[in-house]
Design a protein around this ligand. Structure first.
Ligand SMILES: Cc1cc2nc3c(=O)[nH]c(=O)nc-3n(C[C@H](O)[C@H](O)[C@H](O)COP(=O)(O)OP(=O)(O)OC[C@H]3O[C@@H](n4cnc5c(N)ncnc54)[C@H](O)[C@@H]3O)c2cc1C
Length: 515
């Protein structure tokens, strides 16, 4: 981890005392792709009056937190990176966590962002102050006031652990894949891995040979497509370095081929049938045992849950020390897992590959709008925003990668870049038109969300599986159900007509009248 020097003169939370709270134009929470990307854009425009608040001890977000063995991106590297910061040196076609994390750390260094970041500062609350027209931002180590609050806390940054009876009595070691215990030696241990989602299928093959016995608990069998990952050649890297347009062309090719996949998700089920055949052949090639194959055969359409890619998952499950368990865990007592069929498994360590709080992000409980209610309270019928970014009742607030911006077919970095343009355009319009406050109109937000929801029926995401795209009421508040270029188009301009605005002149005259 890098140790960061904070230059003298930068307002810090430590400077803050009673009545001496530093004020910034923007308080940005989170230093993943979204928070760092915005900071880069701000500095490019000469805006320095911002602070980045980060609970971790380094930048990188997802790619700083998820250090489990085998952690890897499932979108090709050329697309899973900023278009304005291509990396000709990717060593694999699909990057692994250490390389993406390094990419983000290098960006933060190159753009001189570290001096804006306050590490080890966890956002504990942010409340809109109507009287002063600003946000009061509280963190574990100090406070700020800010004209704008940008919530870049990430869609997959709060690990979720299932409630299992007696879990507190477990005598061994437990951890989530996003909080990997590198200090814990798994050698020869009896290990339970709970969940068979994106993280588990990457980590199980990596640790299978190291552990003594492994029990992999599967609720639903995922679809697994063959992986196309390979090391890049020196010639490729040299060509990208010398001829940047070539890398741009490759990125563009990857982007458009990914956009074509969307047809299968939203329109043409035959496309999915083809992909399902490829996945089935892949499993038949790698799993010879009929009973194991039966239990590994998904019971929903490919794409309904996140599509996974791996060449190592099935071989790992056929190893003699690995057991696929499809019975649920009823209770835990001591080191014993009691299963629904009455059988038991003794384990030393439990690893949760059970995903994240996606539709119920804890950060929504921290943000209080104009009426004093939290974002979570406002969104009891499902989390919503306008363009996945602005929320009625929350003036001067942007959520990055908010509701209905998630993708099943392409790179989230494309969506993040779209929203960065939107935020930057909002700042431009605010400056040009002397806008002090904006708040999305309730009718605009409602009709936008009605439009999103009207596109979802008939898509593969709504074809009847339980997935993390759906909230507790079965509403899809996660996925952008259209081509990503349409999202880019819709976010290209900050349209003032969608907002209730308060101009600086009005704010001044109210203040003068009060004085
Ligand atoms: C294992 C894994 C693999 C993934 N693979 C892909 C992929 O292949 N393709 C793809 O498109 N997407 C993938 N994703 C999704 C990924 O999260 C996004 O692509 C992207 O990295 C999100 O960036 P972000 O900046 O919005 O959020 P994050 O990277 O999650 O960053 C959020 C930051 O906010 C900080 N934070 C959160 N709460 C607080 C708080 N209260 N106070 C202070 N700081 C806070 C966190 O510490 C974190 O640094 C993957 C996610 C995971 C977990």
């Amino acid at each position: 981890m890098s140790v960061v020097e904070i230059p003298a003169g930068t307002p810090t939370a430590q400077d803050a005392g009673e009545g001496d709270v530093p004020h910034v134009r923007l308080a940005i929470v989170g230093t993943g792709f979204a928070g760092l990307g915005l900071a880069i854009r701000l500095r490019e425009q000469g805006i320095e009056d911002f602070v980045l608040i980060e609970r971790a001890e380094d930048v990188g977000g997802t790619w700083q937190a998820n250090t489990y063995p085998g952690c890897q991106c499932d979108v090709p590297s050329h697309l899973y990176s900023f278009s304005f910061a291509p990396n000709p040196g990717w060593t694999r076609t699909y990057s692994r966590q250490p390389e993406i994390w390094k990419y983000l750390r290098d960006l933060a260094t190159r753009h001189d962002l570290y001096r804006h970041i306050r590490f080890g500062h966890e956002l504990t609350g942010a409340a809109w102050d109507t009287e002063h027209g600003r946000w009061n931002v509280e963190t574990s180590r100090g406070a700020w006031t800010a004209q704008l609050l940008v919530d870049a806390t990430g869609p997959l940054s709060y690990p979720q652990v299932p409630r299992i009876r007696g879990i507190g009595s477990f005598k061994g070691t437990m951890f989530h894949s996003a909080e990997w215990r590198h200090d814990h030696d798994l050698a020869s241990e009896r290990v339970a891995v709970i969940g068979t989602g994106a993280s588990s299928i990457q980590l199980v093959p990596e640790i299978a040979d190291r552990v003594g016995q492994m029990h992999v608990f599967q609720r639903t069998a995922p679809w697994i497509l063959p992986h196309q990952d390979r090391p890049t050649t020196r010639v490729e890297r040299l060509l990208y370095r010398k001829l940047p347009f070539l890398q741009k062309a490759v990125r563009s090719g990857v982007y458009w081929s990914r956009e074509s996949f969307l047809l299968g998700f939203i329109k043409n089920r035959r496309f999915m049938t083809g992909a399902e055949k490829i996945a089935t052949v892949h499993m038949h090639r790698q799993v010879k045992d009929h009973d194991l194959r039966r239990r590994l055969t998904p019971t929903f359409r490919l794409g309904c849950k996140r599509v996974l890619i791996s060449n190592e998952w099935y071989p790992a499950l056929t190893k003699p020390n690995v057991e696929l368990v499809t019975e649920g865990i009823d209770a835990i007592r001591g080191n014993t897992l009691h299963l629904a069929d009455g059988s038991t498994r003794e384990v030393d360590t439990i690893i949760f590959g059970t995903g994240f709080h996606v539709t119920d992000p804890p950060s929504a409980q921290l943000v209080r709008g104009r009426d004093g209610g939290t974002l979570a309270e406002r969104m009891q019928s499902g989390i919503q925003a306008y363009l996945g970014a602005t929320v009625e009742g929350l003036p001067n607030y942007f959520k990055l990668i908010g509701p209905n911006t998630g993708l099943g077919h392409s790179s989230m970095i494309y969506m993040i870049e779209s929203q960065l343009r939107y935020v930057m355009d909002a700042l431009r319009v605010m400056d040009e038109q002397g806008i002090a406050e904006f708040e999305v109109r309730p009718d605009v937000m409602a009709s936008y969300n009605a439009q999103i929801q009207s596109k979802l029926p008939g898509t593969v995401w709504m074809s009847g599986c339980a997935s993390w795209y759906l909230d507790a009421d079965g509403k899809n508040t996660t996925v952008w159900p259209d081509f990503t270029w349409r999202f880019r188009h819709r976010t290209r301009r900050f349209n003032t007509k969608a907002y209730i605005l308060r101009h600086e002149a009005d704010v001044r005259s109210v203040a003068e009248a009060a004085a």
